[in-house]
Write a protein that binds this ligand. Structure first.
Ligand SMILES: CC(C)(COP(=O)(O)OP(=O)(O)OC[C@H]1O[C@@H](n2cnc3c(N)ncnc32)[C@H](O)[C@@H]1OP(=O)(O)O)[C@@H](O)C(=O)NCCC(=O)NCCS
Length: 156
């Protein structure tokens, strides 16, 4: 499966939102991703193929994170349902962590639904450990969040 990890651009946003809407993620929508892209402290990558697939789709998945005060926060990561468990999510996460390290981040944090076994396994495979639990952090449906944390090796 040929694809490249590349910085997200405004041209990607329609497909990013489509993947978000079909992945059970908290809804950000086009405007929020666009605003996030324009910030200086965001880390946003897509897994993109070119030429597109038979349905004209370029994106396999995306990741959205932010760095501030030497901390990285992973906000969203999603891969098209039909393309999961082939390493795409792992590649996206690896690139985002490396970008955060080169911006000087010392730790990475994220929240994940307590029942989201696939995402927890992905994060665990990349060195994240459970650091706490936030009760009823999510709505629709209500669910606790697990807070996961990973120590980084800053290069800035
Ligand atoms: C979480 C998600 C991004 C993973 O993407 P992916 O491309 O399938 O992940 P990868 O193929 O790179 O998997 C990497 C590792 O994660 C773990 N993993 C991924 N999916 C898994 C699953 N369904 N069950 C168990 N482990 C899983 C495995 O350890 C895997 O390593 P392995 O393939 O060597 O065993 C994808 O399942 C997704 O889009 N889910 C919906 C959105 C979501 O929940 N995002 C996280 C919000 S916090």
């Amino acid at each position: 499966m040929y694809y490249k990890i590349a910085p997200m651009s405004a041209h990607d946003l329609l497909e990013v939102v489509e993947i978000e809407e079909t992945s059970g993620l908290s809804r950000w929508g086009w405007d929020s991703y666009n605003a996030e892209l324009e910030r200086g402290d965001s880390i946003m990558f897509v897994a993109r193929r070119d030429p597109p697939d038979g349905e004209g789709k370029y994106l396999l998945g995306f990741v959205a994170a932010r760095v501030g005060a030497e901390e990285m926060h992973v906000n969203n990561i999603g891969v098209r349902v039909s393309l999961r468990q082939r390493g795409v999510g792992g590649e996206l996460l690896r690139r985002a962590l490396a970008a955060a390290e080169s911006l000087g981040a010392r730790e990475a944090f994220l929240e994940v639904r307590a029942g989201n076994v696939a995402a927890q396994a992905l994060y665990g495979a990349h060195g994240f450990e459970i650091a706490g639990r936030r009760r009823n952090y999510y709505q629709d449906p209500a669910e606790d969040a697990l807070v996961m944390r990973k120590r980084l090796a800053p290069r800035a």
